[in-house]
Write a protein that binds this ligand. Structure first.
Ligand code: NAP
Length: 654
């Protein structure tokens, strides 16, 4: 069985080798419900979906499948026989009848998936291959595609995805990237401890699984390698202009094209013309330093988490950390063991879900099964996907009848609050310590992005050399940080974990639409779009991860980008099919959509007035978040509705 040995690299990630001697060991590492689904594919036998083998996942720990050891042992013994025989003498697998696939969906997730979700989840499962590939197969479409030119801004996760899809559609494109390499956020954020907080087997393109993720939530260098590997595999680098920025894009109504001014690496200027402009610049890439008196006066090195100074050795230093968001939560435990002292300045404590396996390796056997057990990878991803589809969304929706404490928005929210606050308290070893009062949030769960907690944050905060202060910062002096209690916290190094200018979408690019209208002046600090992608007055401009497409407690942003890119490519196709050069979302359609979004965001924990976060702009409006379910975004973005747009022809040939 040496043919089972495999050498394949995926984004430079490690290689796994196994043989029949350790099949049994591999099965020990299996996600058992996904394994049963694999056996159904091999045998075609739906009776393997036995009710007594169906998982019952635990509320706060979905890694616990709720089956007895004896039952799991029976499943493994069955798998050893079926999978072992199949791998010894493989044969072509017959497609399963749709009712069986439907039954498997309910089996692997442990719930009876409501009927209205069937098409949506089937699309995501993509049992017979990628469902979101563009199809530009007719001669008319092929010819039209070849005559287009799309400029994409950003070579991060969304920009690379756009490049892949445009290439598949036969549409010429160029990606403009300010950095010297691909990767976007995974290139820029290189702070110690940076890692993904969405399970990796789901936080990857649906059509590019990586069977070799080293950890369930891999660190930044692994994510960067994955995206670099994607750029290489799809030969995208030849279409990317690195160290180039888009300074200005102006729409020419006569030609129906975007005139774009680029600033090149050598400082020179270049102008290009595009049929469509796609921005894939992310929401979290312009570091925000707080407006604190004396900030410039600090004498020692000081830097933002997204611009980490690896040349500054923190060993034996007194370090001040401002902020307790997702970034500081990850880097503080990493720097605390080497620093002489760390003072963490907290304004608002974060919520964090207990996630014991957050830093754990993916067991070797699991990687092997991903690679060898038919469809095991698809069903494992599907289990993860369903778990996050609605996720905690119902629990973070404001219950208008709720008359309990203000720190919750409804009974379910309050129940989770009690459970998670209990899990936080249980980590505080000295019960007389005031730490619990400081670290348990007084705002509703879901008000801000909830982080993942495997204990490392509170362990760090309880170190002898770490102090958490929640007294407000009043001033930064050359020596350190002054707080409202009159204390000067002396420091050698100051690190800002203070987040990004998230609601300044598309800054600092100048974008001029119809009639020379400036996008930022039009938005006036209050960015809005239709499904995050199009905005009135700016024909043929498409945004990915634009206004109101961020998610807080459900889904993955890769899912959103895949939906958006499908919609954008379908929009280009619609223009060809309708024989037009320009598409512009109708003002009334856009406005009506935004009224719905605003109303719904106010019904969510993050929209409540007692929560401040980067989800809201300076006017207090939630500009970032998608308040509806994933299925609603998926349905709305399968293809554009021509009635939503003003479709027109250019007056002159470009
Ligand atoms: P952030 O969530 O915006 O957190 C910024 C922190 O700085 C907050 O604790 C904030 O307090 C504090 N702060 C800001 N101004 C301050 C001031 N003047 N004085 C004192 N404290 C101040 O930023 P982030 O941690 O960089 O994370 C941003 C987002 O990036 C996350 O929400 C997440 O979506 C993403 N992210 C993801 C990962 C991951 O996937 N693992 C990792 C890092 C980041 P307040 O809360 O009171 O405003």
């Amino acid at each position: 069985m040496s043919r089972w040995r495999l050498k394949r690299e995926c984004g430079g990630v490690e290689i796994v080798r196994m043989n029949d001697k350790n099949l049994e060991a591999a099965l020990e590492d299996a996600h058992v419900p996904a394994l049963v689904c694999s056996l159904v594919h091999i045998t075609g036998d739906a009776s393997l979906l036995k009710p007594e083998w169906r998982p019952t996942y635990q509320l706060m720990d979905r890694t616990n499948i709720g089956l007895s050891e004896e039952t799991v042992g029976d499943i493994r013994a069955t798998a050893k026989k079926i999978l072992g025989d199949y791998l010894n003498a493989p044969y072509p697998l017959a497609p399963l009848p749709p009712p069986t696939v439907r039954q498997m969906m309910d089996f692997v997730t442990g719930v009876d998936i409501p009927e209205q979700y069937t098409a949506f989840v089937a699309d995501e499962l993509a049992i017979s291959g990628s469902t979101k590939d563009p199809h530009w197969e007719t001669p008319k479409l092929k010819k039209a595609a070849a005559g287009m030119k799309v400029i994409v801004v950003g070579a991060g996760m969304s920009g690379l995805l756009t490049g892949i899809r445009l290439r598949q559609a036969g549409i010429p494109f160029e990606i403009i990237e300010k950095n010297a390499d691909v990767g976007g956020t995974w290139l820029e954020n290189q702070y110690p401890g940076c890692r993904v907080d969405n399970a990796n087997h789901m936080y990857s393109y649906s059509f590019e699984p990586n069977h070799f993720w080293p950890q369930h939530f891999s660190p930044q260098p692994v994510l960067l390698k994955y995206f670099q590997g994607i750029a290489d595999r799809y030969d995208l680098r030849r279409s990317i202009r690195f160290e180039t920025t888009l300074e200005e894009a102006a729409f020419d109504e006569r030609t129906g094209k975007w005139n774009i001014r680029l600033r090149k690496k050598d400082g020179g200027e270049e102008r290009v013309e595009a049929t469509a402009l796609v921005t894939a610049v992310g929401q979290l890439n312009r570091p925000r330093f707080p407006d604190i008196k004396g900030r410039e006066s600090f004498a020692g090195p000081n830097f933002h988490s997204a611009q980490w100074r690896h040349d500054v050795d923190l060993t034996g230093k007194r370090v001040a950390v401002i902020g307790t968001g997702a970034s500081a939560f990850q880097f503080t435990p990493e720097i605390a063991p080497k620093a002489a002292h760390v003072t963490v300045f907290q304004r608002t404590p974060p919520w964090a879900f207990p996630t014991a396996h957050y830093h754990d390796d993916v067991p070797e056997g699991m990687k092997w099964l991903m690679e060898h057990a038919p469809f095991y990878d698809k069903w494992y991803r599907f289990y993860l996907f369903w778990g996050s589809t609605e996720g905690f969304l119902p629990a973070v929706r404001v219950d208008p009848t709720w008359n309990g404490p203000e720190h919750s928005v409804g009974p379910a929210n309050d129940m989770f609050r009690t459970m998670i606050a209990g899990a936080i308290k249980a980590q505080i070893l000295d019960t007389s310590s005031p730490l619990a009062d400081k670290v348990i949030p007084n705002y509703p769960l879901g008000g801000k992005r909830a982080l993942l907690d495997n204990g490392s944050w509170l362990k760090a905060l309880q170190r002898d050399n770490v102090e958490l202060t929640d007294s407000a910062i009043t001033e930064i002096t050359p020596k350190g940080v002054m707080t409202a209690d009159g204390k000067l916290h002396e420091a050698d190094v100051l690190i800002y974990g203070t987040g990004f200018y998230a609601s300044r979408f598309l800054m600092p690019m100048k974008i001029k639409g119809r009639g020379g209208k400036d996008l930022h002046e039009t938005w006036d600090g209050d960015p809005r779009a239709y499904y995050g992608m199009t905005t009135p007055g700016f024909p043929n401009l498409f945004m990915i991860y634009g206004p109101n497409t961020n998610i807080v407690v459900n889904g993955s942003i890769i899912f959103f980008s895949e939906c958006s890119v499908r919609y954008i490519v379908e929009s280009l196709k619609m223009m060809v099919e309708k024989g037009v050069d320009m598409m512009e979302v109708r003002q009334d359609v856009h406005d009506e959509f935004n009224v719905r979004v605003d109303a719904e965001n106010l019904k969510m924990a993050w929209g409540t007035p007692n929560v401040n976060s980067w989800y809201k702009n300076e006017k207090g409006r939630v500009t970032q978040n998608w308040p509806f379910s994933l299925i609603e975004y998926w349905q709305a973005t399968i293809a554009p509705n021509p009635d939503d747009f003003i479709l027109s022809k250019a007056k002159v040939e470009a």
